[in-house]
Design a protein around this ligand. Sequence first.
Ligand code: NOJ
Length: 571
Amino acid sequence: MTQHSAAPADRAAAPSAADRTGWWRDAVIYQVYPRSFADSNGDGMGDIEGVRSRLPYLRDLGIDAVWLSPFYASPQADAGYDVADYRAIDPMFGTLLDADALIRDAHDLGLRIIVDVVPNHTSDQYEWFRRAIGDGPSSPLRDRYHFRAGKGENGELPPNDWESIFGGPAWTRVADGSWYLHLFAPEQPDLNWEHPAVADEFRSILRFWLDMGVDGFRVDVAHGLVKAPGLPDLGGSDQLRLLGNDVMPFFDQDGVHEIYRSWRTILDEYPGERIAVAEAWTPTVERTAHYVRPDELHQAFNFQYLGTHWDAAELREVIDGSLAAMRPVGAPATWVLSNHDVTRHTTRFANPPAGTQIRTPGDPELGLRRARAATLLMLALPGSAYLYQGEELGLPDVTDLPDEVRQDPSFFRAAGQDGFRDGCRVPLPWTAEGSSYGFGSGGSWLPQPAGWGALSVEAQTGDSGSTLELYRRALSLRRELPGLGAGESVEWLPGTPDGVLAFARPGFRCTVNTTGRPVRLPVPGRMVLASTEVTGATGAAEVTGATGATGVLPENSEFELPADSTVWWSV
Ligand code: NOJ
């Protein structure tokens, strides 16, 4: 398992253009973060019944599939990404019967269900780890994790210099003096994927959930399962700076691909196109493409896109690069702006460009304006798009949560890569008033800001200028306009000014202004949707903007593309 091994000689060829079919290729997949979506029993924590009760909302929104973050039995040291039993539901979220009902109801409504699988690490309460500790240093179960002797005269120093993604050393010493590896929190010991029992266990877990009827998996830390032989030191480099920019001895090792080839054979045994999407942070989109070769996983999150600033030139480069990287392997590109690990894009775009962890509200009006424009750009691109719950409401990050309520483990380990992820995890407002704005009858596990009622589903429904109605209209048009999510390229239109993107798709044009000033452009077709009100078209008899756009703009005239906006056109 070397770092740059050649691809296996028997690699399946990329599918021909005609074979590039499948529901997932242009699917819009909505991430539900169960603890913050809807609470059915008034304990302040979202649950599976809460999700089930809101499935009609999701169907009406116009998405294709729901990805649920972990709901498995877990001590919740990392909000469920520390799994103590992969085949059981945590009582705070419900039961297996609830999960079964959720999957069935979703299917009845035409929605698919994708669940998280967490194979890089278990909880320290997973039976294997508890026995590995309890049975002492000679326990054979220690081989399923990475236990090592420490360095230094008395083994008092960690075995190598790796740091946890959440800050601090990636090693913890147990009472008998040995150390174990955890790339995340100490409660999340890393599994040793060289051990055959580990691979067997996860093949069985996949089958368990496939038998339950799920349509696919989101693979947590898909790039982390295989570590470089000998667990070599990084050599004092600034590890956090290197993350995502370089191949690390614990991330993106070529050996991980053998695992996904074996998983693909399992997925393919089941009817109905079950899929897997990799959470793989890699240095380049080209390396991300390795995870979606024809005999591996189906999709990989496009974190390069998520990290791109609201800047036309940067966006164009990443879009072209992503499409080009996926083409040879025949996988669809994916697009994502927000998830449960990063500052919501409404708040990122409200601030000067500074990575994906922002702690200041910035200019919320500007942020929302850009976020709406960014969404219309994303949904006009070929491939599959991921939405994070609440972005359809234009929710900002909550940047002023008091320290006492925070639960993100990386907050407590200070100086971590992530640090403040609670701000994007605040429970959703469903109603304009009432207990926790309709999230549940018993408050919410993180406090919602005053004023969130105005952002609720209830308040936005039927308001044609609202962000919710913009998403509904965009998702419905994406279905109506032939092939908007299909294909593998966009045709950039020449002659656009700096800061502006204009591209053609079959029967469709998209114009995007990432600058803070309006730009005049030729009318490219019939306006079908705009992220903000469009006015000032030369000679236009009638101009309606925003979500209800009927767009009677005479062809061969000019129109004014507002600052920080996107407009969709049919031709
Ligand atoms: C990625 C997940 O998205 C994140 O929330 C979690 O903390 C880490 N993986 C560790 O499982």
